[in-house]
Ligand binder design. Structure first.
Ligand code: CA
Length: 230
């Protein structure tokens, strides 16, 4: 078996059969889901290495699946959809899909896309482990475990708070605008999301300030936020 487990999300039995048969022939391990909610929960509990995702699902749109999974995971997502309009592709890619294949698709092409996604994932993991700890003043982030410490005491963040913190840490010293942060977190640029962003920032700050009075994150009114290099 290859060191790569694939979650296949598809509600059409015959397409599912075609995909899983091809995966089996190519020695991949796989999990299957016919519903969006099932896919999200399997992704959270089983940590697949790649997701193959149909967009037209009975309980939720595949785009929503991408949006939800992207709140906490960077797992490569390859969309396999009958929707062939450019606007559908753009929406899926902008929401966080890595690749897009239109039905009917060739199995050889699908396998090539999976191999490419697996290679990217390996490179990503290598880069992560080379650069897996971030420290700034009393703050430590261990990316490999998604663990955050303040003064060596672990603090617990929600997936969105963690994403925000990583974004600020990776851009330490730079001012990140509201719209940049919103599009990175939610994949959209809706103005009303600024209110949600503020709520998350308040909660994140509170957790970070436990045990220290230094304000590591600076607010630039009407512009955005910045992590100060301490
Ligand atoms: Ca479908």
């Amino acid at each position: 078996m290859k060191d790569c487990r694939i979650l296949v999300v598809e509600d059409d039995r015959s397409v599912m059969h075609l995909i899983t048969t091809s995966l089996k022939l190519n020695d991949y391990e796989y999990l299957t889901a016919s519903y969006g909610k099932e896919a999200v929960s399997l992704c959270a509990s089983q940590h697949p290495d790649i997701i193959l995702l149909d967009l037209g699902l009975a309980d939720m749109d595949g785009i929503e699946v991408i949006r939800t999974v992207r709140l906490w995971s960077d797992v490569p997502i390859i969309v396999i959809s009958a929707r062939h309009e450019d606007s559908d592709k753009i929406e899926a890619l902008d929401t966080g899909a890595d690749d897009y294949l239109t039905k009917p698709f060739s199995v050889d092409e699908l396998m090539a896309r999976i191999r490419a996604a697996a290679r990217r994932r390996t490179h990503m993991h290598q880069a992560e482990s080379e650069n897996s700890v971030f420290t700034n003043g009393c703050l430590t982030i261990r990316y490999a475990e998604a663990a955050v410490f303040v003064n060596d005491r672990q603090i617990h963040l929600t997936p969105i708070e963690y994403r925000i913190l990583c974004m600020l840490a990776k851009n330490c010293g730079k001012v990140l605008t509201h719209s940049y942060m919103i599009s990175e977190i939610w994949g959209t640029g809706v103005e009303t999301d600024i209110i949600s962003l503020r709520v998350y920032m308040t909660s994140l700050r509170k957790k970070l300030s436990a045990g220290t009075d230094e304000s590591m994150i600076r607010t630039h009114t009407s512009i955005g936020y910045q992590m100060i290099r301490l």
